[in-house]
Write a protein that binds this ligand. Structure first.
Ligand code: SAM
Length: 281
């Protein structure tokens, strides 16, 4: 988010470095209490507390400022952070689209930047459905979907035990008991043991969702929709993703129809996180 942080540093940072003070950072939480996550360039490391103070002055709800220390890594897609300033307890309740998500960004994946993507998915649902969200984290997709679509039920599968615990709390927080079911475990083991099929399945793990397509396809009802996430080159964003889905579906003698592709966010130079919507016949 844009801010007037630079103007709030009150001459405490050398003039020549002011231009590299970050102009964007994430704020997770609510008006009451939030955590800010910022990436401080090496040249500014000795001024990071001053920057954090400035940030907390501009955003009075920020109780802790975390500095990014790594890219996301590993199966759980976590990141290393260090506390620059404020409360070491970084658990917050994030408010979005009429939903509340309790989480600690240090131990679970969560991206405030993906709220519009969650809304786009929610808006596609027009009548009661049964939805499977694989790689569900603290539950933003299933909770948003169930909250805004009466009669729709969701199953959410997540490997990270702490994210799963938060998902259970979030189901209660949003009064969706019985409508969203959270299961902790590896989708590779859980999906084949599910009793029913789903008319909509989401795989929000751009790094590697394709590896799980063999267990994803059988979870989709005839004519159901797959929202498949992938990292793809900007000059040809959807071809590889659709080829992968089509190949996996053919293994089960099922046909696929490409509905549409969406660029969700920029990942790295020339590469974006994309979503393709596919009807699996
Ligand atoms: C990119 S995050 C998305 C989380 C969530 N859907 C969201 O939007 O906030 C991917 C999630 O998949 C989980 N994950 C990775 N491999 C998994 C697996 N084999 N089975 C279940 N969950 C897995 C990670 O722990 C992580 O929380």
């Amino acid at each position: 988010m844009k801010n007037d942080l630079k103007t709030n540093l009150g001459g405490r940072i050398p003039k020549e470095l002011i231009q590299i003070v970050p102009t964007s950072f994430d704020i997770i939480g609510s008006k009451g209490e939030a955590v800010a996550i910022i990436e401080i360039p090496d040249e500014l490391k000795e001024y990071e507390k001053i920057i954090a103070e400035g940030l907390m002055k501009v955003h009075k709800n920020v109780k802790s400022v975390l500095g990014k220390e790594s890219e996301r890594y590993g199966k759980l897609r976590l990141r290393d952070y260090h506390l620059i300033l404020g409360d070491p307890n970084t658990e917050v309740i994030h408010k979005e689209s009429g939903c509340r998500f309790k989480l600690d960004p240090k131990v679970t994946y969560f991206s405030v930047r993906e709220s519009s993507e969650r809304e786009r998915i929610c808006n596609q649902i027009t009548e009661p459905e049964s939805v499977l969200v694989m790689f569900s984290g603290v539950g933003p997709f299933p909770i948003c979907i169930a909250k805004h679509n009466k009669g729709t039920s969701c199953v959410a599968i997540e490997l990270n035990t702490q994210a799963h615990e938060y998902c259970i709390e979030n189901i209660k927080l949003n009064k969706l008991e019985g409508r969203v079911t959270a299961i902790q475990g590896d989708v590779r083991e859980i999906c084949p043991s599910l009793d029913s099929k789903f008319n909509r399945v989401l795989t929000p793990l751009p790094k590697g969702a394709h590896i799980f397509l063999d267990i994803t396809i059988p979870t989709i009802t005839k004519g159901g929709i797959l929202h498949f996430y992938h990292w793809a080159p900007d000059d040809d964003p959807y071809s590889e993703a659709f080829r992968l889905v089509k190949e996996a579906a053919h293994q089960y003698n099922r046909d696929c129809e490409f509905i549409k592709g969406v660029r969700v966010s920029k990942y790295s130079p020339g590469v974006s996180k994309v979503r393709i919507d596919v009807r699996v016949h």
